[in-house]
Design a protein. Structure first.
Ligand code: PGA
Length: 247
């Protein structure tokens, strides 16, 4: 049995005081909900204050990015050991990082290795653009991203399938369609790690997930939770998604 993960990617939102307000409102709402692992991924500036609020709860903390080098002259970056001081998870290779900050399958691979050697669980994002989707290239794209991004790594990882056209657009993928692509991803993982190991890896769906569509995703055979952007910025909206993962 794969324990579902509901991860909230706040992206570049929430000051420390806004983060405190959101987390303080959220914690009591999900107190009794223990069927899914909950992960909050605030911006770097809020990692420490959110970590302090989460102490003593079952909610985990994640970073949104990190560098692969252990330290040195990399202005503006966080090293794996700095992230692991607060966070148990790190989102890697999000499509926004790939599109705006030049991340490639190769740099994602370096980051996955660095996260694993630091004991941080990477959430590796893959997904096709609208053009690639229209050209029937989804399978080819995610296969390449998985094979290149996961070269020489172990199975301590989580995958998030996020079709780029579904992120922040309200145009969520159909549950069925997302499940088919996730099955393809799982078969690539089976090639890399063997079938038994691939069955244990959690694969999330991301892209316009909200309370009203979450149940449909979570009832699919291969979808093990969600990576949530917009709907993770409000305590009640994010709670609805956590609630949908309780059955
Ligand atoms: P969204 O973002 O839920 O706002 O579509 C998802 C993501 O980018 O992880």
């Amino acid at each position: 049995m794969r324990i579902p993960i509901i991860a909230g990617n706040w992206k570049m939102n929430k000051t420390v005081s806004e983060a405190r307000e959101l987390v303080s409102e959220f914690i009591p709402l999900v107190k009794e909900m223990n069927k899914a692992e909950i992960v909050l991924c605030p911006p770097s500036s809020a990692l420490l204050p959110v970590a302090a609020l989460l102490e003593g709860t079952a909610i985990k903390l994640g970073a949104q990015n990190m560098h692969w080098e252990s330290g040195g002259a990399y202005t503006g970056e966080l090293a794996p050991a700095m992230v692991s001081e607060f966070a148990n998870f790190v989102i890697l290779g999000h499509s926004e990082r790939r599109a705006y900050f030049g991340e490639t399958d190769e740099t994602v691979n370096k980051k996955v290795k660095a996260a694993q050697s630091e004991g941080i669980m990477p959430i590796i994002c893959v997904g096709e653009s609208l053009e690639e989707n229209k050209a029937d290239k989804t399978s080819e794209v995610v296969t390449r991203q998985i094979k290149e991004g996961l070269k020489d790594v172990n199975t301590n990882l989580v995958i998030a399938y996020e079709p780029i056209w579904a992120i922040g657009t309200g145009l969520a993928a159909t549950a069925d369609g997302a499940n088919s692509t996730i099955k393809i991803i799982r078969s690539v993982l089976a090639e890399l790690f063997g079938k038994e190991e691939a069955e244990k890896i959690r694969i999330l769906y991301g892209g316009s997930v909200k309370g009203s569509n979450a149940v449909e995703y979570f009832s699919q055979s291969d979808i093990d939770g969600a990576l949530v952007g917009g709907a993770s910025l409000k305590a009640d909206a994010f709670t609805e998604i956590v609630l949908a993962a309780q059955n």
